[in-house]
Design a protein around this ligand. Structure first.
Ligand SMILES: [Zn+2]
Length: 284
């Protein structure tokens, strides 16, 4: 059986898997900060406590069919649950279409952690260590199993590069945080963000730092200014930084990688031409 023989089926399977994982991520986001098990008890209504049968717990579909209300007691169910399920489904599908199967699976697992971490940060202004430090360890393991993720030839080379990237990522964020605190005179960066970037770098390598920091800062600034405009100058509004890092990381997978490397090659090329006695066309 090959994946190429039934592309439609596998694409559909990727979406459904993503939607189901998204449903589980909703449970994780709700329960992990409360220190409750994500496995038991099974799904039950948050309002009346009635258990939810599987046929009323289908990702996206149940929310649409029940029109956003709980079957048991009619309480409104937040649309965010269905959105998370749908977005995770689309993300899994996109990863499947873009990457070779093994890479797609690794990135799907990584993105699941990213989504849960970002939503918890949004709700509670924390990113639990199991996502950040756990993410680092997952990155080291993933790169060792699939050295291609680090553009490396051997597992040892990939592991070393992944480890070095996580350390460089953490140190860079610590430095930016220290610099920001100096200028803003208040804590500019939480340790959660530092560890989160280390985890992202352990999967993507240290070159991704340039992209992740730039893009997350851009998204953060635009959204921050929008929020200030909407709320009429509420400068003190606290916005978690994790979701911006998460968005930038996902964007890395869908073009940021290519853009950053093209930029670096261009830079190197221009520098080389300006400092080289060779004709510009040399080597091309
Ligand atoms: Zn209920």
């Amino acid at each position: 059986m090959t994946f190429a023989a039934h592309p439609g089926f596998w694409a559909f399977a990727a979406f459904v898997t993503g939607a189901c994982v998204g449903s589980f991520l909703n449970v994780c986001v709700y329960r992990i900060p409360l220190n409750r098990s994500v496995v038991s008890p099974g799904s039950h209504c948050a309002a009346c406590g009635a258990p939810i049968p599987w046929y009323h717990n289908l990702p996206v579909l149940s929310w649409l069919i029940l029109r956003g209300r709980a079957m048991c007691c009619g309480t409104r169910i937040d649309g965010r649950y269905a959105i998370v399920e749908f977005v995770t489904g689309v993300l899994f599908l996109s990863l499947w279409l873009r990457f070779p199967p093994l890479d797609a699976v690794v990135y799907a697992i990584m993105c699941s952690g990213l989504i849960a971490a970002c939503l918890i940060d949004l709700d509670h202004f924390i990113i639990p260590d199991r996502f950040t430090l756990g993410g680092c360890i997952a990155g080291f393991i993933a790169c060792t199993i699939d050295p291609r993720l680090m553009h490396a030839d051997t597992p040892l080379h990939a592991f070393s590069w992944s480890l070095a990237s996580a350390i460089v990522g953490a140190l860079s964020l610590l430095f930016i945080g220290w610099f920001g605190t100096l200028i803003l005179r208040k804590e500019a960066m939480g340790m959660g963000d530092v560890k989160f970037v280390a985890a992202i770098c352990s999967f993507f390598g240290m070159v991704s730092l340039i992209w992740t920091i730039t893009i997350s800062a851009c998204i953060g600034s635009v959204l921050g200014l929008l929020l200030i405009a909407v709320q009429r100058g509420a400068w003190g509004t606290r916005i978690p930084y994790g979701p911006f890092l998460g968005l930038a990381a996902v964007a890395w997978l869908f073009g940021g990688d290519d853009v950053t490397w093209a930029y670096l090659h261009n830079l190197q090329h221009n520098w080389g031409v300006a400092n080289s006695p060779l004709p510009p066309s040399f080597g091309h």
